[in-house]
Design a protein around this ligand. Sequence first.
Ligand SMILES: [Ca+2]
Ligand SMILES: [Ca+2]
Ligand SMILES: [Cu+2]
Length: 333
Amino acid sequence: MAHDPPSEPDADPAQPCAPGACTCGAPGRAQTVRLEVPLPQAHPRTLGGQRHPIAQAAVPAGTFTMGDSSGDRNRGDGEVPLHPVSLGGFEIDATTVTNAAFAAFVDDTGYRTDAETWGFSAVFHLAVRAPERDVMGPAAGTPWWLGVRGADWAHPGGRASSVDGLDEHPVVHVSWNDATAYCAWAGRRLPSEAQWEYAARGGLDGSKYPWGDDEPDVGGWRANIWQGTFPTRNTLEDGWLTTAPARSLEPNGYGVWQAVGNVWEWCADWFDPGYYTRSPQQDPPGPERGQAKVLRGGSYLCHVSYCNRYRNSARSQNTPDSSMGNAGFRTIT
Ligand SMILES: [Ca+2]
Ligand SMILES: [Ca+2]
Ligand SMILES: [Cu+2]
């Protein structure tokens, strides 16, 4: 997406990447139509029942240090300055919302996702399962992302694919708007960016990853990211080219699974790389306005050579109507 160069508070060029570049997130949807999608109403009859069949992890109230303390930050993303953040306790989905859970929402409401409304979504080139006529071509600057007509949450590779056998995988091709609609139906909400990072840390203040500071391949792969040569050859050492089941590998100290890797996760906040210079310590709500929403945690496309955003403090963003095959969400109460 187009994004003005941010006022970067970090003078140290830790990474050569320009703002918005070198991310494994897909380009944003062109802003040609303003959608007015009504939110489904919360459904009292079904609240607390089987309509959100995702186990919960309890995150205690506390204060943590938000931001990058390992020096691996991406210049332009605004991972610094380090600052203390205090939060009340909350419950967060132990896993990202699954295809089975999202299917229940769609069955109950008839909701149409942004990908369906626009008629296409962004699919990683090795994951396309669609007739050639559906492939709209590569995104400028990120040729491994293809716009594919007919790709949506139920057809993650395009119209020749389905979610059969993927019930317990993260739902993908859901926009921020779609995630928010799901939350409205389930009587839940998206985590703030601060809540997301605090939950991802699992009680290990200042660590690079949810499990500590070891790199993800120490003692066996601990996150579903990319191994091999991005974006052409994945050696699949962790077992997955695209999504892994939401409950695979090991959870962190709070019982949160796959905060880093697997799929990017939408947060409630608008994105502003300068926000940490002015955010309040108590329950920071994010900027009042913006063009893009925060995405956190990185995805199965992250690789140390290209996009090292499979870290607790890493930040990315996309427009609220954008969808892609490597972004989903988890919810809180
Ligand atoms: Ca992988
Ligand atoms: Ca994740
Ligand atoms: Cu990445």
